[in-house]
Design a protein around this ligand. Structure first.
Ligand SMILES: Nc1nc2c(ncn2[C@@H]2O[C@H](COP(=O)(O)OP(=O)(O)OP(=O)(O)O)[C@@H](O)[C@H]2O)c(=O)[nH]1
Ligand SMILES: [Mg+2]
Length: 194
């Protein structure tokens, strides 16, 4: 969070976190294509030629008011691949909320869990306890023929009783629901702080 009293503006940062290939960039791209263009920036993608995120993707948009301040929501995705662990740490600097995008694929549970442990550690380094932090879980790729049951994903990942959503980001299902709830959690928390 960063408040610019001169501009009456509050910058808030929401980060899509999750293992490689879980659909974080797909979420952001769908949101970008479906938010009123007058309210949002262009999307910035830094990708390899195989479409994997290298450093981050970014988009900014504006909505509502918080105690007279105009909130600018800065949305980032982290690169999920193991080799980008330092990038994930840097991108979490100053984070206000997390959308954890889990991959429902049956062979992805280990990656989901290890990336969550990585997140908890990085949040701690930013002096945040995950239990008290605005976080929502998105179980993506529900369309996969052998998607794990939601109960299994919940039991392993969502030990915090955080809000959770099923999604098929490719088709846009669950994308706005996840983002809207993450924004609500962030706004509730920030309203108490400013
Ligand atoms: N079946 C299915 N595929 C999806 C869904 N959402 C995304 N994908 C596909 O999964 C692949 C990876 O998606 P990305 O959005 O690039 O994944 P990412 O999490 O950003 O990956 P990294 O940047 O490497 O961390 C792409 O081929 C997407 O089209 C979904 O809901 N269902
Ligand atoms: Mg990506």
């Amino acid at each position: 969070m960063f408040i610019n009293y001169g501009l009456n503006q509050i910058d808030l940062k929401i980060v899509y976190y999750g293992p490689g290939f879980s659909g974080k960039t797909t979420n952001l791209e769908w949101a970008h294509n479906n938010i009123d263009p007058s309210l949002r920036s262009d999307i910035l993608n830094l990708k390899t030629k195989e479409d994997r995120t290298i450093f981050f993707d970014f988009m900014q948009f504006e909505v509502g008011k918080i105690k007279g301040l105009t909130p600018k929501f800065n949305l980032y995705t982290v690169p999920g691949q193991d080799i980008y662990t330092v990038s994930r740490k840097i991108i979490l600097n100053g984070v206000d909320g997390i959308i954890y995008v889990a991959d429902s694929g049956e062979d992805r549970m280990r990656d989901n869990l290890f990336t969550l442990i990585d997140l908890v550690k990085n949040l701690r380094a930013n002096k945040h306890q995950v239990e008290e932090f605005p976080i929502i879980f998105q179980y993506n790729k529900r369309d996969l023929p052998r998607a794990l049951p939601v109960a299994t994903l919940r039991k392993t990942l969502n030990r915090f009783n955080a809000p959770e959503f099923e999604a098929c980001a490719m088709k846009g299902e669950g994308v706005f629901e996840s983002l809207k709830t993450a924004i609500e959690l962030v706004v509730n928390r920030v309203t108490k702080l400013v």
